[in-house]
Design a binder for this molecule. Structure first.
Ligand SMILES: Cc1cc2nc3c(=O)[nH]c(=O)nc-3n(C[C@H](O)[C@H](O)[C@H](O)COP(=O)(O)OP(=O)(O)OC[C@H]3O[C@@H](n4cnc5c(N)ncnc54)[C@H](O)[C@@H]3O)c2cc1C
Length: 197
């Protein structure tokens, strides 16, 4: 009987799947759509389960079904259920939410204790962030643009620093650049049109 880890090692790697330092597929470094269905046991022929095929774990099955029955219909990418371990995108989205919000509530004139706590948090990320390849990029970035000066200067400078860090990732992933002048509205005040109030 093969264990889950044995079967995941034998399974062919999906495009976009990142291997972690333990040699196994890394969920927190990979988008869910790239590994969805990899660990699913094959259903016996003739088993019909439309909801499973259309659901998160059955991307391969849903795609195969679409190819045999309706080749012109595109299937939506699978969605990671809310109570599953995060993929690289959910982990990133939630981490950015925490980081930008924390920085946006940082004191304009921080005390020595607030400064050292913030530096401890930011400098720990390249070591502790669960997506190893993301952490490696962040480590490189922080070598060329360390947070010390911005932390020393307080909230406004740190909001700009973190916005630049995030924009570097956006650029690397081919996403639009975020307008750093709008960070206070995005992360603390809400937008002038009142939709956040
Ligand atoms: C430290 C770190 C490193 C990462 N490295 C990688 C990586 O190497 N490879 C990878 O595939 N993924 C990486 N990610 C994840 C990636 O950045 C995204 O979080 C993920 O792709 C989901 O993107 P998203 O489009 O939902 O928006 P996100 O990029 O998660 O952004 C969330 C929200 O933040 C706001 N926002 C966007 N840019 C800025 C900005 N510059 N300043 C302020 N607010 C902004 C927008 O309103 C956006 O909707 C990393 C995440 C973190 C926290």
């Amino acid at each position: 009987m093969s264990t889950e880890s044995e079967s995941s090692q034998k399974a062919p790697l999906a495009p976009g799947m990142v291997i972690g330092p333990d040699g196994k597929p890394c969920r927190s470094c990979t988008a869910f759509r790239s590994f969805a269905g990899m660990h699913k046991k094959k259903k016996p022929a003739g088993t019909s389960d439309g909801s499973a095929a259309a659901g998160a774990g059955g991307f391969a099955a849903a795609t195969a079904l679409a190819m045999t029955t309706a080749p012109t219909v595109e299937t939506d990418p699978p969605r990671l259920p809310a109570d599953c371990p995060p993929d690289v995108e959910r982990l990133g989205r939630h981490t950015w939410t925490f980081l930008h919000t924390t920085v946006s509530y940082f004191a304009p004139q921080p005390t020595p204790h607030q400064k050292s706590s913030m530096l401890g948090l930011l400098n720990a990320l390249p070591t502790l962030y669960p997506c190893g390849s993301c952490a490696g990029h962040l480590r490189d970035y922080m070598k060329s643009d360390p947070p010390e000066r911005a932390v020393e200067q307080g909230r406004e400078a740190l909001e700009l620093w973190l916005c630049k860090v995030h924009n570097e990732v956006n650029q690397r992933l081919g996403k639009d650049e975020f307008d750093c002048a709008t960070v206070p509205q995005r992360w603390r005040e809400g937008w002038p049109d009142g939709r956040c109030d």
